[in-house]
Ligand binder design. Sequence first.
Ligand code: BEZ
Length: 253
Amino acid sequence: MPTTNQSWDPDGYARNARFVSDLGAAVVELLAPRAGERILDLGCGDGALTKKLVELGCDVVGVDASAPQVEAARRLGLDARVADGERLAFDAEFDAVFSNAAIHWMKPADDVIAGVWRALKPGGRFVAEFGGHGCVATIERALIDALRRRGINGDALNPWYFPTVEDYSARLARRGFAVRYIALIPRPTPLPTAINGWLDTFAQSFMAPLPDDNRAGFIDEVREAIRPDLCDGDGKWFADYVRLRFAADKPRD
Ligand code: BEZ
């Protein structure tokens, strides 16, 4: 994942966001990995799902823009490398490119798709899941509104790309992929550490212009704005996730 205004702390990620890889089973199932296949895990983070693919007998390379996350993945014994998803430099060496919860951090979508295309062997597949249209819309709106109250343009700070099915299918098709499956999947997701942990982990780009000692107040204000929509009567917090899940094939020639 790109690191602009967003840093990744493997311990904080494990505490606040382990559910992201725990909920990756459906996209792994769609990938249907076979032992011996060479797979690129794009945006591998701390390697939790990369490791699962290795345990299934695949030969996996993980790439991520965050050096601390790559180090965490290497500590699991994985082949993990620091690389930008927008500038993949592999050439026809993978049977599949897999990605979970990473592509929404990569705004130059066509550059990502072009790099995946180059990385795949003819007949290879691109199978991924990431934030789709409407993902965390309540949280995003509250962040942008709170920034507007401070005279700051939050849209310009927004690091996320949450495409529609039509947008992403068209991009894949334009590059030559045959889209086998694509769907938007609303998935309200319970949070392990309430909303402050989620905002601390994922919303750093929005807070970049704020002085350090204003951030806690900003987070409290956002939390209270979204409480009516995302916190239930027992005080349990949810994030309004929507996933875009797809499988697309690179023709044999
Ligand atoms: C995710 O990790 O899935 C995610 C992160 C930020 C915004 C939306 C989704």
